[in-house]
Design a protein around this ligand. Structure first.
Ligand code: AMP
Ligand code: MN
Ligand code: MN
Ligand code: MN
Length: 286
């Protein structure tokens, strides 16, 4: 049986990826992706370009975004798929979520300066395409460029995670708000890369039960952020909570990303793919 090569998690330079939406579309298509979504952080500004590029290549498209949420004092990412990208409440919610990023970036640079790294704000800004969306990834690129660290993984470990000099605690959107912005715009909300969160079993249970109570319906099972055992574990979570399963590389950059577009294992056959519930929202080439 042929399973759809769906890649429903990727980033362009409209957030913290390095390629244009059109370049990601071309790379996804060249890698055999049949159904693609561009899911820039807290932003839908690249959606029209992504869709136009996908359809021109003969590739089906679902609108996407990855919303930053704070839950139990941890940052959780919620993917939205198949929504109306012009929806006013969704756009207002995402704008509010983006609004704290500039001030946070200044404070990150202040922390790095105290650790002896000067000029990090200006340095990170050189990598930013969308001035509304300065992220830790842009600081990471600056710290690699200047030779402070060998790669972005080392940057996060030494400088940009909790307790490290460039880390600034931040309150993102509420879980219920993010889910409602997505579902209110006709889309499906999906918990992104659940293995990445440092939750106790009780907190993780609370995340899924509250997410579902707010109307969330999916979980990423196969992602570039999950090891093989983690995929098995979250396949069980999807079955236990009767969630739709998603699959996405989380591709950011040819130089930085370990998992390329479209190159993931298939979803386990017993799960229902999230795109099955989004057939009416998929935009197909004419
Ligand atoms: P921000 O939204 O500004 O907090 O930045 C989060 C982004 O940083 C994520 O979407 C990833 O692209 C990147 N990131 C987070 N943790 C790591 C890590 N440990 N190694 C490399 N990149 C990371
Ligand atoms: Mn990112
Ligand atoms: Mn994420
Ligand atoms: Mn992502």
């Amino acid at each position: 049986m042929h399973l759809t090569n769906a890649d429903l998690h990727s980033h362009s330079n409209v957030s913290d990826g390095t390629l244009l939406p059109e370049e990601i579309a071309a790379r996804a298509h060249a890698n055999g992706v049949e159904l693609w979504s561009l899911t820039d952080h807290d932003e839908v500004g690249g959606q029209r370009r992504a869709r136009d590029a996908a359809l021109a290549l003969g590739m089906a498209y679902l609108t996407g975004t990855e919303v930053s949420v704070t839950f139990a004092n941890e940052t959780v990412h919620i993917i939205g798929l198949g929504f109306d990208a012009d929806d006013a409440a969704l756009n207002a919610g995402l704008a509010a979520t983006r609004s704290g990023r500039l001030d946070r970036a200044h404070r990150m640079a202040d922390g790095l300066a105290l650790a002896g790294i000067q000029g990090a704000f200006e340095g990170a800004l050189k990598y930013v395409t969308n001035p509304d969306l300065i992220s830790r990834t842009h600081f990471g690129r600056f710290l690699v460029e200047t030779g402070v660290c060998g790669d972005t993984y080392e940057v996060f470990r030494r400088y940009l995670t909790e307790g490290k000099p460039g880390y600034v605690p931040h309150r993102w959107a509420g879980l219920g708000d993010a889910v409602r912005w997505i579902t209110g715009a006709g889309g499906i909300a999906v918990v992104a890369h659940p293995a990445r969160y440092r939750f106790t079993p009780t907190e993780e249970y609370a995340l899924f039960t509250e997410f579902i109570a707010h109307g969330g319906r999916g979980v990423e099972v196969v992602t570039g952020s999950h090891s093989a055992p983690e995929q098995i574990r979250y396949a069980e979570t999807a079955a236990e909570f009767e969630l739709l399963a998603s699959r996405g590389s989380d591709f950011h950059s040819p130089a930085e990303s370990r998992t390329d577009l479209g190159s993931l294992p298939d979803l386990p056959g017993r799960l229902t793919p999230v795109w099955q519930a989004l057939q009416h929202r998929i935009q197909r080439p004419g």
